[in-house]
Every structure is written in C-alpha cells, then in structure tokens.
Design a protein around this ligand. Structure first.
Ligand code: PLP
Length: 312
C-alpha cells in the first residue's frame, strides 16, 4: 500500500508484558500491557508513533517549521518539540493556559529545554486558533488521517494475537482510528474498548469517523473503513472531574498499580483507562483464562506538576 512517508522516532516494537501480580490481586483475566510508554525516554507515549508519519510528511514536503497545539501539559506538544529538535526542524507550540502559566514543569519544561517557541493562548483564543501559514500544521493530538497511521502500523506488532479486549484511553481519537484501520489488516482479534477521558462517546464517535473518512479518501486502498460504532466500544463514566483533573480514587489506583507492578500510569489518560478496566473485571466481564491487552500510552511527565496531589 502507498503508505505516507515515515521518519523513525520510536523504539519499536514495544514490549508486551504480563501484569500477573495485578491480575491475581484483582482476580480477573490475565492482563498484558503493551508498553507504548517505552517508545523512548523523553519521546515516550502514543504520540511518537503518530509523529513518525506527521513529521515524515512534513519532511517530505520540505517544511522547516512545524506548529501544533495542546494544553500546557500536552504530551503531544512535548513529543513534537523533542522530535522536531531531533530532526533539525523549528517548532512552535500554542499552549492553552488558564491564567499565568507559572514555572515550567513536566512537559512544558521539556518544551522549553529543546528550544520550542511557546505561545500561550487563553481557552477562548485556543478555540479559534488559526494555524500559521508558514509552518506544517499538526492538529491537536496528531489525530488526523496522517497521524492515524501510527496505530495502523502498530497493529503489526500484535499480528495474529487474540485478546478478550484491547483497552486504551481516548483523548482526541487518533489512536482509536488507527487501531480500527490496522486491526483487520493485521488480523488482530480483539474487541476495542476506548475509555473517554474527556468529552463523551458520542463526541468521539464523530471525531473518529471523521479521521477514518479522511483516511479512506486519501488512501483508497485502505478500503471502506467501518464506522466507529461498529468497531469500538467507547466507554463513558470515567472522565471523573474532567480533563486533566483527578479524584482521590484515581490517585489510589495509580499508586496501587505502581506498588504492585512497578508500572507508573499517568494521571490524565492511562489511570482513567485502568479505572475502566478494573470496573469491567469487577463486573465479571472476563473469565480467568482470558487475556486482556491494556495499551499504556505514556504521559509520565504529566505527573510532576501534580506532585502534591499524587502524594496527598
Ligand atoms: C498519554 C496519552 N494517552 C492517551 C492519549 C489519547 O490518545 P488519542 O489522543 O489518540 O485519543 C493521549 C493524548 O491525547 C496521551 O497523551
């Protein structure tokens, strides 16, 4: 297939590791974690797979500058800034901040260290952001028909595998869209379960369908990609207090997984996805002999600005 150009950025394939002590502790199925938090140290997480294609296209088009946007602690913006530095590209980040941003911390600190140009915008300005016309523009979360290829390609690492579910966090829909497109291609037999960490399932169905439609138009060889409602169970009820906000029970779970497995989840995405998985296990959805795949999509740097909450 005529895949879009790709630049190697991620350490691949990422490991698939059993969490046997956690599985025993919860008395459920065998949980295997796909360690996409190990795509790199600073280039950690799901965005790195997407950026291989977005920045591949930017380079192919001869772009010298890349621009993108996200929250002040955006994992996507940090990964873009670092990848651009590695590729010798300039990078401009539009970071949404309510009020004064304060001392650079977590992802924002890394943005600054690699010399990204950071422009702070208010939530109102963010909603009507106009991409600069002198830069290759990557939309929020690299969730478009190009970034989607990251998770389409990732499915090859799970080729022929069978799971009772593939559980992952949904924040802008690109990971899910890629998994939908790649699953059938690489014969991955696993019902997709996407846990919404913000907005709701109806919103993300529209978002994901938009990405899939754009991909099918641009790469007709992908065939007719089925709509999200037929391909993924989008789960509501775990958004908690809202995007990037945490409840004590989420911190409790984050620490439980850390103590039992030495696996650090992030507070914005993966802890909410794990809350959902634990609930499904409690509800008796899986049997003991089954295997469930949990996609760890990274996000560790988002922990540091929340240090006081994390230890409370
Ligand atoms: C750590 C992490 N996990 C999960 C997600 C969600 O992925 P997507 O935006 O592709 O839905 C994001 C970004 O939004 C993320 O930064």
């Amino acid at each position: 297939m005529n895949a879009p150009p790709r630049v190697p950025l991620a350490r691949l394939p990422t490991p698939l590791e059993p969490l046997d002590r956690l599985s025993d502790h919860w008395g459920g199925p065998r949980i295997l974690v796909k360690r996409d938090d190990l795509t790199g140290s600073t280039l950690t997480g799901n965005k790195v797979r997407k950026l291989e294609f977005c920045l591949g296209e930017a380079m192919a088009l001869g772009a010298k500058r890349v621009a993108t946007c996200g929250g002040i602690q955006s994992n996507h913006c940090r990964a873009t800034a670092i990848a651009c530095a590695q590729l010798g590209l300039s990078c401009t980040l539009f970071l949404r901040s309510e009020g004064a941003p304060g001392a650079a911390d977590g992802n924002h600190l890394l943005d600054m260290l690699v010399g990204a140009e950071v422009r702070f915008v208010t939530p109102e300005e963010y909603r009507t952001l106009v991409p600069p016309d002198d830069a290759y523009w990557i939309p929020e979360g690299a969730s478009n028909e190009v970034g989607m290829w990251g998770y389409l390609a990732a499915c090859e690492e799970l080729k022929g595998r069978k799971f009772a579910a593939l559980v992952h966090a949904v924040g802008s829909g690109g990971t899910t869209a890629g998994l939908i497109a790649g699953k059938a291609l690489f014969d991955v037999e696993a019902p997709l379960v996407g846990v919404c960490v913000c907005d709701d399932a109806a919103f993300f169905r529209g978002r994901i369908d938009g990405i899939l439609r754009a991909a099918a138009m641009r790469w007709p060889k992908l065939g007719k990609l089925p709509p999200a409602h037929a391909m993924v169970e989008l789960v509501d009820g775990f958004q908690g207090k809202g995007y990037a906000k945490n409840r004590p029970e989420e911190w409790h779970l984050l620490r439980e997984v850390a103590e039992i497995e030495g696996l650090i989840l992030d507070p914005v995405y993966t802890v909410k996805a794990m809350m959902a998985l634990r609930q499904m296990i409690r509800d008796g959805r899986f049997t003991k002999g089954e295997e469930v795949c949990f996609l760890h999509t990274g996000g560790i740097f988002g922990l540091f600005p929340k240090r006081a909450e994390a230890l409370a």
